[in-house]
Write a protein that binds this ligand. Structure first.
Ligand SMILES: NC(=O)c1ccc[n+]([C@@H]2O[C@H](COP(=O)([O-])OP(=O)(O)OC[C@H]3O[C@@H](n4cnc5c(N)ncnc54)[C@H](O)[C@@H]3O)[C@@H](O)[C@H]2O)c1
Length: 285
């Protein structure tokens, strides 16, 4: 259902790779809500993924950019202003990648040059995006910028590896830049902390199936889907949230406030089943 929440607004969506991508869902919803957008991803992603098809579907130009390159980002903002007819009102940063995770390097045996890449792609790119946009005047006053994050930035979750450090930095950049951009241009900068979601990036997380099941059992509302995340992004881009800034906004069905739930406890207790005697007592020895 569309509410015209973004009628007349212009935006840039970074990070749509395929139909599973959270950014893909956000792009579709943004256009449904009346926005005109451009899409951006790396040259490899444009070649290997399905973003060109999405561009045709949404009448959105696809602009190639490596988000670690300031020059590429300048081009995205300049070109977007050209094709959309002025500064943009919203930007989505939906970018994450850890070469250490890809190469299965555990957290206590990280390759430091790969760690630099993780941080550059997944966190510093957000600063580069904001700084570039601000210098070019590419985000209109009262605009809204959202980046996607994960609860592992604040609490330790098995297997999230150096992406946890990248997300902690991403959330910090949202606060630090949000102060300056808010003060000078009323631009708000937030991160949305999303439930585990089965996407290309998500499936790289160690034990993703179990993690999703655990998070789902722990969350009173269950895991938030990519479509639901898109809805939340739209609200954050709309004029209904003009005084929300510098926040990590949890979109996780309640997971981040839980300690233990009945459904998770029930599953946990099953792990003792094989150690019960005939009377049902747990055998500890
Ligand atoms: N899937 C989850 O469980 C989950 C949970 C919380 C947060 N997130 C975050 O959501 C965001 C989107 O991920 P997703 O789950 O939709 O997966 P995805 O794989 O569809 O999206 C990740 C995107 O990052 C892009 N990317 C990688 N390196 C880049 C670079 N150098 N320059 C520009 N783009 C680059 C990829 O091409 C891809 O489009 C990420 O920040 C991710 O960490 C995901």
């Amino acid at each position: 259902m569309a509410y015209n929440l973004l009628k007349g607004k212009r935006g840039i969506i970074f990070g749509a790779l395929n139909e599973q991508s959270i950014a893909w869902k956000v792009a579709v919803r943004a256009v449904e809500e009346g926005a005109a957008i451009t899409l951006s991803n790396t040259a490899v992603a444009v070649r290997m993924g399905e973003i060109s098809q999405l561009g045709r579907q949404l009448n959105a130009e696809v602009i190639e950019a490596d988000a670690t390159s300031v020059e590429d980002l300048e081009n995205v903002f300049r070109r977007s202003m050209e094709v959309l007819g002025g500064p943009v009102d919203f930007v989505l940063h939906s970018i994450g990648m850890s070469p250490n995770v890809r190469k299965k390097r555990p957290y206590d045996d990280l390759d430091y040059s790969l760690l630099s890449k993780t941080l550059d792609i997944s966190a510093v790119s957000f600063h580069k995006m904001l700084q570039t946009a601000k210098k070019l005047g590419a985000i209109a006053d009262y605009g809204s910028v959202v980046a996607l994050t994960y609860v592992a930035a604040q609490r330790t979750l098995f297997g999230y590896n150096d992406m946890a450090d990248a997300k902690a930095m991403l959330e910090s950049i949202a606060r630090s830049f949000g102060y300056i951009y808010g003060r000078e241009h009323n631009v708000r900068v937030n991160t949305i902390s999303q439930s585990p979601t089965m996407t290309t990036a998500g499936s790289g997380i160690k034990g993703m199936d179990s993690l999703m099941d655990f998070a789902n059992r722990m969350s009173p509302l269950g895991n938030a889907s990519a479509d639901e995340c898109a809805d939340y992004c739209i609200v954050m881009f709309s004029d209904l949230t003009r005084k929300v800034t510098m926040q990590t906004l949890f979109h996780d069905g309640g997971f981040s406030s839980m300690g233990m739930s009945l459904r998770a406890m029930d599953q946990y207790e099953k792990s003792f089943d094989k150690y019960r005697d005939e009377a049902g007592n747990i055998i500890y020895g």
